[in-house]
Design a protein around this ligand. Structure first.
Ligand SMILES: O=C(O)CCC(=O)C(=O)O
Length: 361
């Protein structure tokens, strides 16, 4: 995808971080990083809700209760840890190993997939949209994986065979899981099953592998700038058991304590829009560690390129509530999203229908 002409940031942060006695260069230093919430006896650390897929798949009266719970978690939090998700542990372990091997491979190998000017897919760092923009303390690899004809021939098809094989299997399993989750979330929100299916079946999917090197001054930098995802949902795998993800809840940055073998599922902007503002697309960021490297693998599940991104027609009909967000075709939505720098939930705000828009139409 070549949208606008962003500037590239050329260094590999992983290579930079290997230097002895490193002082963090100015372009990584964040002047206004918000602090992390510090729990105390009267305000303990809120814990991220847990959803058990087995409970959700159970038919009967208990199911109504579970769907109510899912509804409340998607509205009040917009993030949950998914346990008993059904994806084979040996496949997940294989996927983790291949991500580690990829980032441990020589820089020359990774540069075979290097981001080119004006493009968003490949290996690189923060894509810069303005002079003076700060760079995140991370190397990352982003690419579209579905629909198949949108895959770039120089990326996934050119991966080392073991990584490609693990990824292809993992993608298929997560695609199934993603569709089950969309089905359940649709049910919980009272969106027609057919509408959910038509929007998300064989939808646009993308992925990001991220490597956060240790940083000698971790409080000065950010591994991933605060943002909400331009996705329906994101299924996140923490690759090497090092924490770093934080979510903004009630104005506070809360660390996510990953459960072993769970996936973290984020509600993205598109689900917030589809639910007409009922769901909360969670703002999140990643912080980095002074001594340990961290890796993650995020899979983003979206509508089809030609589907409308807007408040659900069946939901607005069922509830009688007017649409609170504009509608854009997915292809255009992505174009708009990628032409801006990541900045909290500002893009979602732009999608909101303002009073003046109503008067104009
Ligand atoms: O590394 C993480 O934990 C978060 C990754 C993420 O949110 C992303 O890649 O969008």
């Amino acid at each position: 995808m070549a949208f606008s002409q962003p500037l590239l940031s050329h260094e590999s942060v992983q290579e930079l971080a290997k230097q002895n006695n490193l002082t963090v260069p100015h372009h990584y230093v964040q002047e206004h990083r918000e602090p992390t919430f510090v729990p105390n006896v009267s305000s303990p650390l809120p814990s991220i809700p847990i959803i058990d897929m087995n409970d959700l798949m159970m038919e009967g009266s208990n199911m109504d209760l579970q769907l109510k719970n899912l509804h409340s978690v998607c509205c009040n939090w917009g993030i949950f840890q998914l346990v008993n998700h059904g994806v084979d542990k040996s496949l997940v372990d294989k996927m983790k190993k291949e991500v580690v091997d990829f980032f441990e491979s020589p820089i020359e190998e990774k540069l075979r997939y290097k981001l080119k000017g004006g493009e968003y897919e490949g290996f690189g760092q923060t894509i810069l949209h303005a002079q003076g923009q700060k760079v995140d303390w991370a190397d990352r690899f982003f690419m579209i994986t579905n629909p198949l004809q949108r895959r770039k021939p120089n990326l996934l098809p050119e991966f080392p065979p073991l990584l490609r094989d693990a990824l292809e299997k993992y993608l298929l399993e997560l695609q199934k899981l993603g569709m089950s989750l969309f089905g359940l979330i649709g049910q919980a929100l009272d969106i027609d099953k057919e509408e959910m299916f038509n929007i998300f079946d064989d939808g646009m999917q993308s992925m990001r592998m991220t490597y956060y090197p240790p940083c000698p001054q971790p409080d000065l930098v950010v591994g991933l700038t605060p943002h909400s995802d331009a996705a329906g949902i994101t299924i996140l795998l923490q690759v090497n058991n090092v924490e770093g993800l934080q979510v903004k809840k009630d104005g506070m940055w809360i660390p996510v304590d990953f459960l072993p073998d769970a996936f973290v599922v984020n509600v993205g902007d598109i689900l917030e829009i589809l639910s007409n503002g009922v769901c909360n697309s969670i703002e999140h960021r990643a912080v980095v560690n002074a001594t340990k490297e961290r890796m993650s693998l995020a899979m983003f599940f979206n509508p089809k390129m030609e589907a409308d991104v807007g408040p659900s027609k069946s939901l607005t009909r069922n509830t009688g509530n007017p649409p609170l967000y504009m509608t854009l075709v997915m292809e255009q939505y992505l174009k708009e999203f990628f032409s801006r720098k990541l900045n909290g939930k500002t893009f979602l705000e732009k999608m909101k229908i303002k009073n003046e828009d109503v008067h104009e139409t």
